[in-house]
Design a protein around this ligand. Structure first.
Ligand SMILES: [Fe+2]
Length: 397
């Protein structure tokens, strides 16, 4: 629920005649969530946003492998995204090249190292959240463009047509969350009318939205639409980036993890202080470089914990993660600590952290309230020894 925004040209009154310089009417489109009962935007198109000339079901093989296997036997797991390889690394895009790491009925969690521009795309089944682990690029949307780089979260509303264009020599590395619903700031950070409250670790000044219209010409333009039954490729009579102006409270926005202001305490603070977003049956938290617990006898790393009602996925993106020292976890690693398994710091991490007053660590955590199953990409980059890293011996040694 970002704030009201107005970009480009719009008529003074909604639902009134609005014409181009040649006298032709623009086509008004309402993009609204929850029927007509929640946030929305009004967009003004040069062409009819309804004019499709073809609709084709994309074969599953082309749409990406989405099968999963249960985390069974139930284990804590470690995955190294730097080990993920693509057949043609110079020709990977952020839509068709994304690979499924984990999924359940609420969210699919994918990863991609994108090197080339994606096709036009939208997700009709829910919002998407991109986290930029590295590289830079532009997320071009029907609302305008968002330049993005290292540490950016990008919230893309359901049914927002967009494409991702990497820039520079390095791949644009993205963790992609495809939700089956809407993603936004936690409700408890917001006043009744939606303003961020004083205790929120970020606020409106940290959010970035499109600033100018995104206009492109073209006819017979393909758009890939992910929906609950699969992926359909529409061909539009005219390029969808034809919006001369829009206004409202529903649009894509970005927020950099470095703008998240950590909440600290004399003793260890629980993960909800790091919460950044909430989605349907999941939350996203940002662990940022911070002063740590300053009670004279504080234990700065977490206590062992049984996350009874959630699977806890941690993506390690910067610095050194003190509690995981000795586990094999490095930058680009993902740990999965499922419900039913008590997890905590690796042996020696508590003692090593005593007296430390600053942690240089950055991690993105996704806690899901239903178990995560493992996708193709998880199997391709798993470190099978992790489950035994607390005892330092496993069944074979
Ligand atoms: Fe944990």
């Amino acid at each position: 629920m970002p704030y009201y925004r107005s970009v480009g040209e719009i008529p003074r009154k909604r639902h009134t005649q609005f014409r181009d310089p040649d006298g032709r009417l623009y086509a008004e489109e309402l993009m609204g969530v929850e029927g007509f009962s929640s946030d929305s935007a009004l967009l003004y198109h040069r062409h009819l946003p309804t004019a499709i000339v073809d609709a084709v079901a994309v074969p599953d093989a082309e749409a990406g492998e989405r099968a999963t296997v249960a985390n069974h036997p139930l284990k804590p797991r470690h995955f190294r995204t730097p080990d993920l390889k693509w057949e043609s690394p110079a020709d990977v895009d952020a839509v068709q090249g994304r690979r499924l790491l984990f999924g359940n009925g609420d969210v699919a969690i994918c990863y991609v190292a994108a090197t080339t521009a994606s096709p036009l795309y939208r997700n009709a089944a829910g919002d998407e959240l991109l986290y930029v682990q590295g590289g830079s690029g532009v997320v071009e949307t029907v609302y305008g463009a968002l330049p993005v780089g290292d540490g950016d979260y990008v919230v893309i509303p359901t049914s927002c047509t967009y494409r991702v264009v990497p820039e520079g020599d390095d791949p644009l590395r993205l963790l992609v969350l495809e939700a089956r619903g809407h993603i936004g700031p936690p409700r408890r950070y917001l006043a009744a009318k939606g303003q961020f409250l004083e205790h929120s670790p970020y606020c409106e000044r940290d959010q970035r939205g499109p600033t100018t219209p995104m206009l492109a010409d073209g006819t017979d333009v393909d758009v890939y639409v992910r929906h609950q039954a699969g992926v359909t490729r529409y061909t539009y009579a005219h390029h969808p980036f034809d919006v001369v102006g829009w206004d409202g409270c529903l649009y894509p926005w970005a927020f950099n993890i470095r703008d998240f202001e950590p909440i600290t305490g004399r003793v260890h603070q629980p993960p909800p202080v790091h919460q950044t977003f909430e989605g349907p049956n999941f939350v996203v938290c940002s662990f940022c470089p911070r002063k740590v617990d300053y009670h004279p006898l504080a234990v700065p790393v977490p206590y062992n914990h049984a996350n009874v009602d959630s699977d806890e996925l941690m993506f390690y993106v910067g610095g050194n993660y003190e509690a995981r020292k000795g586990s094999g976890i490095g930058l680009g690693s993902l740990s999965l600590h499922p419900s039913g398994f008590t997890h905590g710091p690796q042996p020696g991490a508590v003692e090593a952290a005593l007296g430390v007053d600053y942690f240089d660590e950055t991690a993105v955590m996704v806690d899901t309230f239903r178990p995560l199953a493992l996708g193709e990409a998880a199997s391709a980059c798993e470190d099978p020894r992790y489950a035994w890293s607390w005892s330092r011996r496993g069944p074979d040694r």
